[in-house]
Structure formats: C-alpha cells, structure tokens
Write a protein that binds this ligand. Structure first.
Ligand code: SAM
Length: 275
C-alpha cells in the first residue's frame, strides 16, 4: 500500500469553522465505532474516509497496534488539525492525507482490512461510487463499516429547533441524501456489489441530554449559525431568507438547551459489509 496525495475536491457544505470541527472532534471510536471494535485484529489496516479532525481515526490505533491507520479528507485545514492532534511518537502507525474520496483511492486492490466512514456518505451525491472503491481496495474477507446519520430529534421541540432541523436537512450538497442516509447505506452497499447475506445492518444513536450536554450542543449549533454556516445558508445556498430567521433558530436552540427536559438524539445507521 502506498498512499499518494490525491486531488482535493469536496461536496461538503458545512465548512470547517471552529464550531463545526468541535462537533466532529467530540467523536471517538468509543462513541462512533463501538459496533466495529469487536471485529478488529491487531494486524489490521484501517482506512477512515472523510476522517475530519481525526479523533475517531487515531482512536483505531491501539486496536490495530501491529497494523496501520490512514485518514483521508478533502480539506487541507482539517488534515493539518488531525496531524497536530496526533504526534508521530504517540501514534507511529497513523497517517493522514488530503484527498477526494469520490476519486480513485490511492490504495491497491485487495490491500486493506477495514474501510470506515462516519457522517461522510451523507454529504456525497454519488455514495455508491465511493462504496465501489471501498470494495475494490478491501481484501477478501475485509470489512466496510459505515455510520451515517438518519434522523435528528430535538425534544422538547420548538419553532427554532424545527426550523434548524429542516434547514440542516436541505443544506447538503445537491444530490446528496443527507437526512435519511442511515436507512439506505446497506442498500447503497448492495448497489455497489456487496452481498446482503454478508452484512450486519444495525442502528445506533448519539444522545446529548440536559443539562450540560444539551447546553454544550446548543452552543455549538448557535456558533455555527452565527458564523460560517449562517452566512452560507443566507448568502450562498439561499435556503434562509433573512437574518431574523437565523436569530429565531439560535433563540430556539438556546431555549431548548436550557430546558431541563432537553434531549437530542441523532439516529445513526451502523452497517458492516464483508467482502
Ligand atoms: C461531517 S464530517 C465527518 C468527519 C468525521 N468522519 C467524523 O465523523 O467526525 C465530513 C467530512 O468529510 C469530508 N469530505 C466531504 N466530502 C469529501 C470528499 N469528496 N473527499 C474527502 N473528504 C470529504 C469533509 O471535509 C469533512 O471533514
């Protein structure tokens, strides 16, 4: 295996502001790849497609101590962050590279034990193409493990959280599935050539309840709205008409976060496909 630099192209519409990266960086192997961990063996090679800031990626390293881990992401800035958060001394079997996962992956046929995705196929207009590449690079018996969002629940909902959730659903790249991806990833895998009889099709959830986690989550979303994402929704994507709509979403999120009943759940499709 010889990872080379790839061209960088992304259909990711969320940007990489501090608030966005903070929400990605809260992800770990424990909260985002628990369904895969029992299947890892120390000599395995793991490739994390669309790895973001690499907090999940580096978490694979101790599980494959005699193997290696590669994180690939289209955003140079986020790959720099990932590298900065994982010293070579602490993670000698880890590499990050910039690349477009919708292009041919810089990996030989039948060379990888595990390909992993988290919240990435959600943003990609042609996920089947990415899954076909995963199938190509996996060794016979290797695994593709995908964790992709299906449904977002804010309880107790208010007009602001409802508007925010509906706008998030529309804010993906044209053609990308976005919300509803979790229930489809096993179907995409079949279209790409994986066999249904060699799949584990499950679902998991991310939960941020009151009081502390709901406030933390609400603050991250409000920062996103008041920064890069709010601007993008308003000026570029034009899926929000005016600043007042953004302010109303932010107020709703804050009120939700402060509610003693606050409970946020993201339902995730969690699927493993064996080659
Ligand atoms: C929602 S983040 C998920 C990051 C990480 N996997 C996680 O779960 O925290 C999606 C990431 O996919 C990357 N991405 C989107 N399209 C991509 C593409 N075509 N090639 C490589 N990376 C891509 C984005 O840059 C972003 O960092």
């Amino acid at each position: 295996m010889n990872p080379k630099p790839l061209s960088s192209a992304s259909t990711y519409t969320q940007g990489h502001s501090a608030a966005v990266v903070a929400s990605h960086a809260s992800r770990t192997v424990e909260n985002s790849a628990a369904f895969l961990l029992p299947h890892l063996k120390p000599h395995f090679t793991v490739v994390d497609l669309g790895c973001g800031p690499g907090t999940i990626t580096k978490g694979f390293c101790p599980h494959v101590a005699d193997g290696s881990v590669i994180g690939i992401d289209a955003a140079e800035s986020v790959i720099e962050l990932a590298r900065a958060g994982a010293s070579e001394k602490e993670y000698p079997n880890l590499r990050f590279c910039v690349g477009d996962i919708t292009a041919r992956l810089p990996l030989d046929d039948n060379s990888v034990d595990v390909v992993y995705t988290s919240q990435v196929l959600y943003h990609i207009p042609a996920p089947v193409r990415v899954i076909k590449e995963a199938l190509r690079v996996l060794k016979p018996g290797g695994m593709l493990a995908m964790r992709e969002t299906d449904t977002l629940i804010y309880h107790p909902a208010n007009a602001g959280t409802e508007a925010f959730t509906a706008t998030m659903a529309r804010a993906v790249s044209p053609g990308a599935q976005g919300i509803g991806s979790g229930r489809r990833i096993h179907l995409w895998a079949q279209q790409a050539g994986f066999e249904r009889s060699k799949m584990q099709v499950r679902a998991g959830a991310t939960c941020h309840p009151a009081p502390d986690e709901s406030r933390w989550w609400a603050n991250i979303q409000v920062e996103r709205l008041q920064g890069e994402i709010g601007r993008k929704w308003l000026e570029e994507l034009k899926i929000v008409h005016n600043q007042a709509e953004i302010d109303a979403m932010a107020a709703g999120l804050k009120a939700w976060g402060d509610s003693p009943e606050a409970w946020y759940v993201a339902v995730q499709g969690e699927v493993i496909c064996w080659k």
